[in-house]
Design a protein around this ligand. Structure first.
Ligand code: PLP
Length: 425
């Protein structure tokens, strides 16, 4: 395991026996004295736990974490120290990974549509593995990085995913032979095949079918004289323990399919590009109620409806709600009378709505709401539209994980104090 240099990152240690919620209570108390800006807490223990679960369930598959999902430097640093590779989609993501000590051989440039300047940057910085799915891209790569190790991304069935990707990316099985032939004519080195079953895949059988499809491309390539040695099974794994399909079930299906189509000893290295899986449950977002309206007896609704305006929204950390408004990330548990509550983000745009169907006890302006499972596609998509600042990320870890996983002695321990007014999800 590479070292994780604590000097490089801003990490707080949890008090012995203390929890992330203790830390949040403490932070809220601290912030309430001055400003009440929204913030995230990144639970590094959760990240480590996910890594261990991955290794236990998918021992043949090396994860290349998809940086696009959450590019918080501490996340990259921890995963790098644990030994993952990285899926980067642009020059900036490659730059970030390299700047945090990731070596170029641990990076796959996994975007099939690349600017020439970004391909050249990859070349000059030693990043060789990259994906493609069309002839134009092959010509670009031949011009800018003729020694690249190419991975052909194929389209697969993503109809069971919450967010589909395969209308935009991937080459059909029918076109795979033509693309391989073109790569050969250009003298390019094709080393493998990749796919992505779509984000938050709800049916593990999609992976089996995709692995079978990839096998077909390996067979076609072999007949054409290519020796492929890499299979990249992409992302699509949920990171939320309450997701309808359990990671263990998906992993078992993948393992079986690998044994059937790419058995141990076949000479093919297996990698994946998980994003959401690693970070989703590691992050909790704390937002402050900055305004409130009580709607009396709306037509057809014989009770009060509360409308709250909070200081983060779809132009900030919560843009994923636009695509997945049903994800309902708020489910507080206070034992007080609850009202149907509408929660709005802080901007002047009416699209900036977090939910209109959650049940909450009546809150007062100045109280805080927490949202768990907010690690995936949140901080990295936040804007400062209307001049609202992006939420800060605080990273926390227990002394035990710090010592066991990173071999570091804990020098400072923060003291956590409870504040009772917080609604937790
Ligand atoms: N790899 C590629 C090429 C992607 O486009 C994405 C997400 O868009 C990922 C990996 C990460 O996917 P997920 O977060 O579903 O694991």
């Amino acid at each position: 395991m590479d070292g994780f240099d604590p000097e490089q990152y801003d990490v707080d240690f949890l008090d012995r026996g203390g929890t992330v919620h203790d830390f949040i209570d403490n932070k809220i108390k601290e912030l309430s004295l001055g400003c009440s800006e929204p913030f995230h807490v990144a639970n590094l223990d959760n990240l480590v736990k996910k890594y261990v679960i991955w290794c236990n369930n998918l021992p043949r598959v090396k994860p290349f974490y998809a940086v696009k999902c959450n590019d918080t430097p501490t996340v990259i640093g921890v995963l790098s120290a644990l030994g993952t590779g990285f899926d980067c989609a642009s020059k900036a993501e490659i730059q970030l990974a390299l700047s945090l000590g990731v070596t170029p051989d641990r990076i796959i440039y996994a975007h099939t549509i690349k600017a020439e300047s970004h391909i050249k940057y990859a070349r000059t910085h030693g990043v060789q593995m990259m994906t493609f799915d069309n002839q134009e891209e092959l010509s670009k790569i031949a011009r800018c990085h003729a020694r690249a190790k190419l991975v052909l991304r194929i389209t697969v069935d993503d109809s069971k995913a919450v967010r589909r990707l395969n209308t935009k990316f991937g080459a059909s099985l029918d076109s795979a032979g033509r693309l391989l032939q073109r790569a050969g004519e250009l003298g390019l080195d094709v080393v493998g095949v990749s796919f992505h079953v779509g984000c938050q895949c709800t049916d593990s059988r999609a992976y089996r079918q995709a692995i079978a499809d990839a096998r077909q491309v390996f067979n076609i390539a072999s007949l054409m004289g290519f020796q492929l040695s890499l299979l990249d099974i992409g992302g699509g794994f949920s990171g939320n323990e309450n997701f309808k399909v359990k990671f263990e079930e998906v992993a078992a299906t993948i393992n079986l399919a690998l044994d059937d189509f790419f058995p141990v000893g076949c000479g093919v290295q297996i990698i994946a590009e998980p994003g959401r899986y690693y970070v989703e449950s590691a992050f909790t977002l704390a937002v402050n109620v900055i305004a409130k309206k009580v709607i009396m007896e709306e037509e057809g609704v014989p009770d009060r409806v509360m409308m709250y305006y909070v200081n983060d929204g779809v132009y900030g950390s919560l843009s994923f709600l636009i695509n997945d408004p049903t994800s309902g990330c708020i489910s507080p548990y206070l034992q007080r009378r609850r009202y149907r509550s509408v929660i709005w983000g802080p901007t002047c745009d009416s699209l900036d709505k977090l939910t209109d169907s959650c049940l909450l006890p009546e809150l007062q302006v100045g109280e805080w709401l927490l949202m768990d499972n907010t690690g995936a596609y949140t901080v990295c998509l936040a804007t400062d539209f209307n001049g609202f600042e992006k939420a800060h990320v605080y990273s926390v870890v227990t002394p035990e994980t710090w010592r066991l996983k990173f071999g570091m002695e804990v020098k400072c321990v923060c003291v956590c104090v409870c504040v009772s007014t917080v609604c937790t999800s």
